[in-house]
Design a protein around this ligand. Structure first.
Ligand code: UGA
Length: 366
């Protein structure tokens, strides 16, 4: 089986490649401009890496050849960092729609099944968030179901939604090609996948504001306060990257059941507020380091305008309904939140714990 994987060297791609290359019958042609998350796979005999972006006519000629020769396309290429949606809206729209639509067109032209990674953010805010009083007393107004839930985004001036709308339009393009031209597809909507190699740690691996877990871990390792945006009331359901990869593999292994559907991939058992997540990260640091002083790491509140700038608006809550996904994929996420945090924080602790001497406990166990 030959897989073509644009965006193969990101967080999800690095775990997907590890899992699929362990199978002897799998060959992968990957495209990506950066390779630091897959350095350990670069010499693999069944991985062909095109170390470049899908830009310009020459790249497209090669990409079309790769696509014509593959059995599946798994498109993981995206910009998925909320701090960029309102500050770099053009880049966000181009990366998440314009670049993606060319892949969809080619998959349709060559009749290759396409697994397209979209986002849980296509749902926008919940209906509940617009209601006064006790907005979350009716699950029908906030539980997100791939077949029935409407998608609700704020005004155009709130550029947070550039990403969600670009992703939604690409989903609609995939579906239109399915209906009019017979494209076979699976659209995956990830719900806050966490795990090793997620994003970059600010102040250590790069500058800027990555997603929340990398922000919190970076803050602890840099001995800066953990920042809670708007009081940390937003809720997310956290999914282990390994449970997420199980679902992706099930899509490929069960095409007779899996194709031509939309998938919420998340773990409803792991719902947490950002405030509780901050406490969970502190506990995970204490466990992996053996030093209870991490339980006291400072947490500070910050307004979203100060943190993200103008045009930011938040998704309030993402409770995921996965009943159809469980049945179609014979899949069940089972890794609890503390397990996910221990694995991820432990990974970064082993890599960078020594770089935070002022926080380095005498009893650290690595
Ligand atoms: C992002 C992407 O936009 C989605 O496409 C993607 O599916 C999702 O991550 C994901 O990881 O699956 P979001 O969950 O809003 O969506 O992104 P985060 O940056 O992880 O923020 C989560 C919450 O934490 C937000 O309420 C944010 O305001 C808050 N936050 C973030 C903090 O309180 N402190 C921080 O330092 C960073």
């Amino acid at each position: 089986m030959k897989l073509l994987v644009p965006g193969c060297a990101g967080f999800i791609g690095s775990h997907f490649l590890e899992r699929m290359l362990a199978r002897e019958a799998v060959e992968i042609v990957g495209w990506d401009g950066q390779t630091d998350k897959i350095e350990h796979l670069l010499d693999h005999p069944r991985l062909t890496l095109r170390r470049r972006l899908l830009k310009g006519p020459e790249a497209f000629v090669q990409f079309e050849k790769d696509l014509a020769a593959c059995d599946w396309v798994v498109n993981l290429a995206a910009i998925c960092n909320p701090s960029q949606y309102n500050t770099e809206p053009l880049r966000t729209i181009y990366a998440n729609f314009i670049d993606g639509y060319q892949i969809v067109e080619l998959a349709a032209k060559y009749k290759k099944p396409l697994i397209h990674y979209s986002t849980s953010e296509v749902y926008g805010r919940t209906l509940s968030s617009y209601l006064p009083g006790q907005p979350y007393d009716n699950p029908e107004l906030y539980v997100l179901d791939a077949a029935t839930t409407p998608m609700i985004m704020g005004p155009v001036q709130n550029q947070r939604w550039t990403y969600a709308t670009a992703k939604q339009l690409l989903e609609r393009l995939v579906y239109a090609y399915h209906k009019e031209a017979g494209l076979r597809f699976a659209i995956v909507r990830p719900f806050n996948f966490f795990g090793p190699r997620m994003d970059y740690l600010p102040g250590i691996e790069g500058e800027g504001k990555p997603r929340v877990l990398a922000m919190f871990v970076g803050a602890v390792l840099n001995d800066d306060p953990i920042l809670l945006v708007d009081g940390g009331h937003a809720m997310r359901t956290i999914t282990s990257i390994h449970d997420a990869i199980d679902a992706l593999v099930a899509i490929i292994d069960r095409p007779e059941h899996s194709l031509d559907h939309f998938y919420n991939i998340g773990n409803p058992a792991n719902e947490v507020s950002m405030r509780d997540l901050a406490h969970g990260v502190r506990r995970a640091f204490a466990r992996v380091s053996g030093d209870d002083r991490y339980l006291e790491h400072p947490i500070q509140e910050i307004g979203s305008k100060e943190f993200y700038g103008d045009g930011y608006e938040d998704c309030d809550r993402r409770v995921v309904d996965i009943s159809a996904e469980q049945e179609r994929l014979a899949w069940q996420p089972h890794r609890p939140l503390d397990h996910v945090l221990d694995e991820t924080v432990g990974y970064y602790w082993r890599k960078y714990g020594q770089r935070a001497p002022q926080r380095q406990p005498a009893t650290a166990v690595g």
